[in-house]
Design a protein around this ligand. Structure first.
Ligand SMILES: C[S@@+](CC[C@H](N)C(=O)[O-])C[C@H]1O[C@@H](n2cnc3c(N)ncnc32)[C@H](O)[C@@H]1O
Length: 277
């Protein structure tokens, strides 16, 4: 009996994700299979392996491959002021609401290498809110979190970041917040004191905080519907009444049969509010 290549690869992928879970604790079991399958195939060819299952024994001893695999599966793509229109909407529609609170907590879920978190710090500073805010950046990928804590970015991204900042309603020069060093630019220390990065896995860990604002952009898109539901319920639990949840432009709550009590606040930028809008 011949087995279709796709079916064989899905079985190999299942074994690979089980091995990762047993050896390292990360559970990719409820991520979208097609995207994981493509990533695993790319990784196998990069390491000159014939198929996905050949990755499994390498996981025991090859740290480089494990790092590659984590980066492939978690897709840590990001930029500063990504989707400038979204940051402009935050500035115009969400910040005025947050200004009514004496103290605010913001959680960036799946923050990758931290650009979104530093963008938020700049935005809050320009709106006179930084000193009464705590900003938490979490991710499953420790390699990306290490980069996030360093706050050092490659200079070849600078032009895109400057343009995004300008389009997002930035009030100064982006370089007021960085110092240039060789081929990198480094985030200023004065805006780091209220930023905290740590590991948190929304597929496995619990809710935390009484957050005024949660951003989980371009993360749920990689999850199956069950895991998306888990994440949304966790965010709902972590949000205070009146708090807002921001998803990525290709994400929404439309797939949920039961509305968890989050109302659409901005349709274009997928911003939801807990309680009345
Ligand atoms: C495409 S990046 C999005 C980065 C940023 N939010 C943005 O929109 O620019 C997705 C990030 O989600 C993280 N991620 C994936 N699964 C996660 C999980 N279960 N819990 C927390 N973070 C996760 C990945 O490691 C990756 O850094």
């Amino acid at each position: 009996m011949s087995v279709k290549v796709e079916d064989k690869e899905l079985l190999e992928l299942e074994l690979l994700t089980q091995a990762i879970k047993m050896l390292y604790g990360w559970d990719f079991g409820q991520y979208k299979k097609e995207s994981l399958r493509r990533s695993a195939n790319r990784l196998a060819s990069k390491h000159n392996l014939k198929n996905i299952s050949e990755l499994i024994p390498k996981l025991f001893c090859n740290e480089l491959l494990l790092n590659d695999l984590l980066n492939c599966f978690s897709i840590p793509v990001t930029e500063m002021f990504r989707d400038p229109g979204f940051f402009l909407t935050l500035r115009k529609k969400i910040i005025p609401i947050l200004k009514t609170y004496p103290f605010i907590k913001i959680w960036h879920v799946g923050c990758a290498s931290g650009q979104e978190v530093y963008s938020m710090a700049i935005l809050l500073h320009e709106e006179g809110m930084y000193d009464r805010a705590r900003i938490y950046g979490t991710d499953i990928n420790p390699l990306q979190l290490k980069k996030a804590k360093e706050g050092i970015f490659e200079v070849d991204q600078l032009d895109v970041y400057k343009e995004n900042y300008y389009k997002s309603g930035g009030k100064h020069d982006l370089m007021d917040y960085f110092s240039l060093k060789y081929d990198a630019f480094i985030f200023n220390n004065k805006l780091r004191k209220n930023i905290f990065f740590f590991e948190h896995n929304i597929a496995q860990d619990h809710a935390f905080g009484e957050m005024n604002l949660i951003l989980c952009r371009n993360v749920l898109i990689y999850f199956d519907a069950t895991l998306q539901c888990r994440a949304i319920n966790l965010f709902n639990e972590s949000l205070c009444f009146g708090g807002a949840l921001c998803l990525g432009v290709k994400e929404s709550l439309d797939f949920m049969s039961i509305n968890p009590g989050l109302e659409l606040f901005d349709k274009e930028w997928k911003i939801y509010k807990k309680g009345f809008v």
